[in-house]
Write a new protein. Structure first.
Length: 666
DNA sequence: GTGGTGTAG
DNA sequence: GGTTCTACACCAC
């Protein structure tokens, strides 16, 4: 939608091969369902517009922008797939309540729906917390809408499970709070056990074999029976889930732990074909690794054979250190070397002297580590040449790494973990690569990697140093909140039965933010002008759903779900309008193609601005356009401890940067 | 660490 | 209940 606004209002589906993987509300209204075949979907809805969604690059990039934006509010953001995030807003809520204690919380009210239409008791501190959480969720949704042009739902509740379940109660682009008294009604509204998070097809089958098909069945089932079938751990977990209990913390996701690429096909039965396909997969992965900035130390090949049905098998091995070193340097031989390694793995699984028939190949890089400082590349590399395109098989000669170079200290948020409240661990997390190897997702929201890489060094440094020391927040055990994701639930939640709330721990505030679907419905489509983002848009143009839910005695937040469709074009498309919309400061004639007027903020040095690359000019205009409404939403995060379950932990958050400073007249 | 399975979006 | 592209968690070894 963002890329192709002319499609707005039309039934649209995203396909991968022969499958419809998702569709917009217009398509759903005409009977199209997810996970059906393209053929069926076309029969159901002949006017259905199909777009190819096999390449996830744009979705992934937009997805990380949403996560990064939410991380500006708090670092406690956990990703769930590409379009959902849990956000623990407990601390934010506490801070807000502290600030408003004086006036008796008179400004606190619920934003959005209350699940089951339950009455909010503003004398009940738990209700007040959840209400505050809902206001925060609304601000997050607004920010995502303004800055990224996405709409979505959110659910606010006291744990991740409930916030996720309640986030889909009202859709699209709405949010719902779950008060503790209504948890049972929400759980009971799930018509089938399969709707419980964590219960997939296989588990549902096993449970059905025990005669369990509803959540109520699960609640009533004897622990012994369940444990015999699923094992103690899974059984206990499942029974807790069936009671709305979830004590899992919101664990900041950080960058992905692995990067993989796969392709499925009808038939691949020769070694040469395999080698070719593997080369393509590795090529695109090298591009992603390059942007990521980390280096993989393990590689894995997975394949699917017709003879073995749908099951896959794989082999992995460490990547030799001399090969690791060359990854990301633009070394043109690296692809060949990696293909050779993967082909060895292939031969471990397949005897090529016997006919074989593959239907899928997947390559996965894992054990990703930040490169040692000595492998840094010179800044000239980034300023003078485009990133090597391995997938296009361009041969790029890389300059040699500058072994002497030392990264600027603390530039990008080397994240240091101080002892927890209990005095436990002190762990030094790895520092991120240097600024010119800046991982995409560590950039401030709203700044594109490619554009960033074109910036002069001083500006890069300023952007990065302005983030220094801004992150690191404690996830206190007793208070967490999350934003949950969208759910495949009916548009209207059934009337819940009020029950005694279940507590899973101490108070938590969790928001899940789930960017909603592809496009927005009602807006008139403008033919030649792409509709830009944020505050230029009325609510009718895009949809953003945010939900907040509160379980038992805690505060939880909501989930955002969105379906990012293409971003770059969106940004570019924004520019023409933004040029006319900027209302602050003096104006200068822009040198944009078409001679459109460009109005710059008064503090900007027009000459310096005009000397910047066009892409950067556009980026800055976007930034200025979005700055004002954003700033008032930003919530300060108290520096503190950050607990992560993952090894790497991550340096931190982004903050919009004051690029404006660079354009002040001397 | 490795390999397989299950889940989720 | 097999269909796509990822990513991750868990379990056994």
């Amino acid at each position: 939608m963002i890329y192709s606004p002319e499609l707005r209002g039309k039934p649209l589906a995203v396909r991968q091969k022969t499958l419809v993987v998702t569709c917009n509300y217009e398509a759903r209204g005409l009977g199209v369902k997810k996970a059906t075949t393209v053929k069926e979907a076309k029969e159901t809805c002949p006017q259905l517009v199909l777009v190819n969604g096999e390449d996830l690059t744009k979705y992934r990039e937009m997805s990380y922008k949403v996560t990064a934006l939410l991380e500006e509010f708090t670092p406690l953001v956990e990703r769930l797939g590409l379009d959902e995030n849990f956000v623990d807003v407990t601390e934010m809520v506490e801070k807000r309540l502290e600030e408003r204690k004086k006036d008796g919380f008179s400004q606190i009210s619920v934003s959005g729906h209350v699940y089951g239409n339950q009455t909010v008791n503003l004398h009940d501190l738990t209700h007040i917390r959840l209400a505050a959480g809902s206001q925060i969720a609304a601000e997050m949704r607004e920010s995502v809408h303004c800055r990224l042009g996405l709409t979505g739902c959110a659910g606010i509740a006291s744990n991740k499970l409930l916030s996720k379940l309640v986030s889909g109660a009202f859709r699209p682009n709405q949010q719902t709070v779950l008060l503790p008294e209504s948890w049972h009604g929400l759980i009971a509204s799930l018509e089938h056990i399969r709707k419980l998070p964590g219960v997939g097809y296989k588990t549902a089958q096993r449970l059905a074999a025990l005669g369990l098909t509803t959540v109520c069945d699960l609640q009533m089932c004897s622990a012994a029976v369940l444990e015999r079938e699923l094992g103690v751990s899974a059984a206990r977990h499942l029974q807790k889930v069936s009671r709305g209990e979830d004590d899992a913390p919101v664990t900041p996701s950080g960058p992905p732990q692995s990067l993989s690429d796969e392709d499925s096909f009808r038939k691949c039965s020769s070694e040469a074909e395999v080698k070719k396909k593997v080369g393509e997969l590795i090529g695109s992965l090298l591009d992603r690794l390059y942007k990521d900035g980390r280096k993989p130390h393990t590689i894995k090949l997975t394949l699917r054979q017709v003879s073995r049905g749908l099951s896959r098998k794989g082999r992995q091995c460490p990547i030799p250190s001399h090969v690791v070193q060359r990854i990301g340097t633009g070394d043109s031989s690296i692809q060949t070397q990696l293909v050779a390694i993967v082909m060895k793995l292939f031969h471990k699984m397949i005897n090529v002297k016997v006919p074989f028939h593959l239907t899928l190949l997947s390559v996965c890089f894992s054990n990703l580590k930040a490169p040692p400082a000595s492998t840094k590349q010179s800044i000239g590399f980034y300023l003078t040449r485009p990133a090597p395109s391995h997938s296009n098989k361009l041969v790029q000669k890389t300059e040699d790494v500058d072994a002497e170079h030392t990264p600027p200290e603390g530039r990008v948020g080397a994240c240091e973990v101080s002892p927890g409240e209990n005095g436990s661990t002190t762990e030094m997390l790895p520092k991120t690569p240097e600024f010119f190897e800046f991982p995409l997702r560590l950039l401030p929201a709203g700044i594109d990697y490619d554009v960033f890489n074109q910036l002069p060094r001083e500006i890069k440094e300023e952007i990065l140093s302005s983030q220094k020391g801004e992150r690191n927040t404690a996830a206190s055990v007793w208070s967490q909140s999350s934003f949950a994701s969208r759910e495949e639930q009916s548009d209207q939640a059934p009337d819940p039965t009020s029950q005694t709330p279940r507590h899973s721990g101490s108070s938590q505030n969790i928001c899940s933010l789930v960017p909603s679907d592809i496009v927005s419905p009602s807006g008139p489509s403008s033919p030649s002008v792409l509709r830009p983002a944020p505050r230029c848009l009325g609510p009718q143009h895009r949809s953003l759903e945010a939900t907040a839910s509160t379980p038992a005695s805690e505060l939880t937040c909501a989930t955002f779900k969105s379906l990012p469709l293409a971003q770059p074009q969106f940004r570019q498309a924004c520019v023409p309008e933004l040029l006319e919309q900027t209302d602050e400061g003096s104006s200068h004639d822009g040198d944009q193609k078409g001679g459109s007027k460009c109005v710059l903020p008064s503090s900007v040095d027009a000459k310096m601005f005009s000397e910047l690359p066009a892409a950067i000019q556009k980026e800055l205009l976007m930034e200025w356009e979005s700055r004002e409404p954003i700033s008032k939403l930003r919530v300060a995060v108290t520096p503190s401890k950050l607990r992560t379950k993952k090894t790497g932990g991550r340096p931190s958050p982004r903050q919009s940067n004051s690029l404006l400073r660079y354009f002040k007249p001397a």
